[in-house]
Design a protein around this ligand. Structure first.
Ligand SMILES: C[S@@+](CC[C@H](N)C(=O)[O-])C[C@H]1O[C@@H](n2cnc3c(N)ncnc32)[C@H](O)[C@@H]1O
Ligand code: SF4
Length: 406
C-alpha cells in the first residue's frame, strides 16, 4: 500500500475531523475487517466455502472499485472505528495481484484507520506460483500469511484434490517465513484410513517447521461437495468416533508438548501468537465483511446487526453497482440471539466466556443449575466470572453448547 499503515490511528481520525472511536461496549472484543476473494484455481472436493472457478481471470480492478463502494456503505453503518485486524480470506486471495491487495488495504486504512500494530493476514495456497508473490504482498502491507498445506503425504494431497505436492508446500512455508513476521498453516486430519501413529508422525514433522501457529481441522463432510457424494455412496469412510477421539487426543498432546497448545478448538499457537483477527470473532467483537459472501457484525445505533452479502461474484458486482453494497441479509439481533452467538463463539476458546458480559448482552444470566450439572460431569469449569470448557468437554463441545444454550 502506498501510505504506511497508520502509525497513530487516533491522529488519523482527528485529521479526518472525526473523534476517535469511543471505547465502549462496541469495542469489547475488538474491531476487524474481513475481505472475501471468491475465486480458486480448482474446487477441492471437501470444500464448501464460497469459491468459484473461472476460465478467465476476474477483472481485479472492477472488484477493487466495487469493494471500495461496499466499504463506504459499511463505514457509514459502523461509524468511525480503528481496525486492529484485516483478513483476506477465500477462495484463494493469493490469486490476487499484490497491487490489488495494496489498493484494498489503502481503502481500508482510509475508511477505518489501521492501528500501528494491526495484524494483516492473507490466506494463500502453497503453490510455487503463489509463493513468488509473497514479497509483493509483504510490500503491500500484509504481515501474516495462513497457508493451506492440508497434508504432508503426496497421496493424501492428491486425494484431497490439491494442486501442490508436499515439497512444494514446504518450500512455500520456507519462503513465507522469510517474507513475513508471522506464518500459520492448515492441516486436515481424521482423513480416510489415517492411523493415530501416522498422524502423530505427520504432525510432529509439521511442527518441526517452527511456525508460531497451526490450524488443525478434522475432515468434515459438507453438504453439496464431491466428498458428500462419495461419502453418501459409501466410497469415502471417515474414522469412527473412537478413532476420531484418539486422533484428537494425539493432536492435543503433541501440540501442547511442542509449546503450541490449543487456544481454540482447532487452533494452536505459541502464547502471544494467536490469530488476532479470529479472536475478534470468538471474543464477540465487531467486524465489517466486504466482498461476495462475506459476513459482518456491526454495532449500529446500539444494536448488533448481522450482515451478509450476495455469494455469487457476478450478482454481487451487479448489486454493488446498483445499490452501493451487496447486502442480502441485514438483521438487528435480539438480545437473546446476541447471547447465543457470544456463547457459541466464546466457548470455542480455551479462555472461555465472560459470564457478566454474556448476561449484559442477552439480558439474563445463564442457567446456574445447568452450569453446575456440566461442572459435575467435568465438562466445564468456572473461575469467578469466566466459564470455560475443560479438555474433557472439548471433544463434545457441540453437546456442551446445546446444553447451556437450550
Ligand atoms: C478457506 S479455506 C483455505 C484457503 C485456501 N484456499 C486453501 O485452500 O489453502 C480454509 C481452510 O479450511 C479447511 N477446510 C475447508 N473445508 C474443510 C473440510 N470439509 N474439513 C476440514 N477442513 C476444511 C482447510 O484446511 C482450509 O485450508
Ligand atoms: S480449500 Fe481453498 S483452494 Fe480448495 S476450493 Fe476451498 S477455498 Fe478453494
Amino acid at each position: 500500500m502506498s501510505a504506511a499503515l497508520s502509525p497513530d490511528a487516533d491522529a488519523a481520525l482527528a485529521r479526518a475531523g472525526e473523534p476517535p472511536a469511543a471505547a465502549g461496549p462496541a469495542d469489547e472484543g475488538g474491531f476487524g475487517v474481513y475481505v472475501h476473494w471468491p475465486f480458486c484455481r480448482a474446487k477441492c472436493p471437501y470444500c464448501d466455502f464460497n469459491s468459484h472457478v473461472r476460465a478467465t481471470p476476474p477483472d481485479e480492478a472492477a472488484f477493487v472499485a466495487a469493494l471500495k463502494r461496499e466499504m463506504a456503505h459499511m463505514r457509514a453503518l459502523s461509524g468511525p472505528r480503528r481496525a486492529q485486524t484485516v483478513f483476506f480470506g477465500g477462495g484463494t486471495p493469493s490469486l490476487m495481484a499484490p497491487a490489488t491487495v495494496g489498493a484494498i488495504l489503502d481503502a481500508i486504512d482510509a475508511a477505518w484507520p489501521l492501528t500501528g500494530d494491526a495484524e494483516i493476514t492473507l490466506e494463500a495456497n502453497p503453490t510455487s506460483v503463489e509463493a513468488e508473490r509473497f514479497s509483493g504482498y509483504r510490500a503491500a502491507g500484509v504481515n501474516r500469511v495462513s497457508l493451506g498445506v492440508q497434508a504432508l503425504h503426496d497421496d493424501a494431497l492428491q486425494a484431497l484434490g490439491r494442486m501442490h505436492s508436499v515439497d512444494e508446500a514446504l518450500a512455500a512455508v520456507a519462503l513465507a517465513r522469510a517474507a513475513f513476521e508471522r506464518v500459520s498453516f492448515d492441516l486436515i486430519y481424521a482423513r480416510p484410513g489415517q492411523r493415530p501413529e501416522q498422524w502423530a508422525a505427520e504432525l510432529k514433522r509439521a511442527l518441526g517447521e517452527g511456525c508460531e501457529h497451526v490450524s488443525l481441522y478434522q475432515l468434515t463432510i459438507e453438504e453439496g461437495t464431491a466428498f458428500a457424494k462419495l461419502h453418501g455412496a459409501g466410497r469415502l469412510v471417515l474414522p469412527d468416533d473412537g478413532l476420531a477421539r484418539e486422533l484428537w487426543d494425539v493432536t492435543q498432546e503433541i501440540t501442547a508438548a511442542a509449546g503450541l497448545p490449543a487456544y481454540e478448538v482447532s487452533n494452536h499457537a505459541r502464547p502471544g501468537a494467536e490469530a488476532r483477527h479470529n479472536l475478534v470473532y470468538w471474543r464477540y467483537g465487531t467486524y465489517a465483511g466486504i466482498g461476495p459472501g462475506a459476513h459482518g457484525r456491526l454495532q449500529v445505533a446500539g444494536r448488533r446487526r448481522a450482515l451478509a452479502t450476495e455469494r455469487s461474484p457476478d450478482r454481487w458486482l451487479a448489486r454493488v453497482a446498483e445499490a452501493g453494497h451487496g447486502l442480502v441479509g441485514d438483521d438487528a439481533l435480539a438480545p437473546e440471539e446476541e447471547g447465543e452467538e457470544m456463547l457459541l463463539m466464546g466457548l470455542r476458546l480455551a479462555e472461555g466466556v465472560d459470564l457478566s458480559r454474556l448476561a449484559r448482552l442477552s439480558g439474563r444470566p445463564l442457567d446456574g443449575g445447568r452450569i453446575a450439572e456440566l461442572e459435575e460431569e467435568g465438562l466445564v469449569a468456572r473461575a469467578g466470572d469466566r466459564l470455560r470448557v475443560t479438555p474433557e468437554g472439548f471433544p463434545v463441545l457441540n453437546a456442551v453448547i446445546a446444553a447451556l444454550a437450550g
